[in-house]
Design a protein around this ligand. Sequence first.
Ligand code: 4H6
Length: 223
Amino acid sequence: MRIDILTLFPEMFEPLKESILGRALEKDLFQLNLINIRDFSLDKHKKVDDYIFGGGDGMLMTPQPLYDAIMSVKTEDSYTIYMSPKGTVLTQKKVCNLATNYNHLIIVCGHYEGIDQRIIDLCIDEQVSIGDYVLTGGELPAMVLVDSVARFIPEVLGSDTSAEDESFSDGLLEYPQYTRPREFMGLSVPEVLLNGNHKEIEKWKLEQKRIETEKFRPDLLDK
Ligand code: 4H6
């Protein structure tokens, strides 16, 4: 998997180089390219924004640098996503589909009031939103998308965990989990988890998933 991120603020993506994704990048399990849209500006002052026709507050990202930046990374099999509040909302199912169906994602991050509509019309395959709230730019949403997609790449997660085998894959939330010590601040680990009866443990886990989902996200049970 190759992911190209087009942004005016490539330094914002440093956190992706930590922890699990950092290790996966070092191991070349996927490729993350950060492209600074400003590098493509043909303006003598490297300008990348301009006033909005028809009036209205703020500035818009101007089409030329963006178009040239997208064209510089676009390939026959690439799929170009624009992070936007107008997009279809990201779900675990959508993440799984993106991770499974594409080898090359291009993610465009808007800043200021967004980008010129003609870039959307000419270059964008799909607009994606990470939820119904507004942020100052598409960079945080892009990081969320990269993280969620990367977890589906084989070997990114440890050998004993897989993205399919957890919360949401079966539409249920995770059961409560415990580690040592067996007792902490007067609270004990449920006895069933300690007795080594694996059949009973599996039954308990499924029961707990249903209880947790009913309690915290009853809407998921209706689906
Ligand atoms: C595109 C269009 C994504 C991108 C407008 C982006 C939330 C999400 C942005 C804007 C985003 C999301 C510019 C609109 C600033 C508000 C960047 N916000 N905005 N939900 N912001 O995925 O003003």
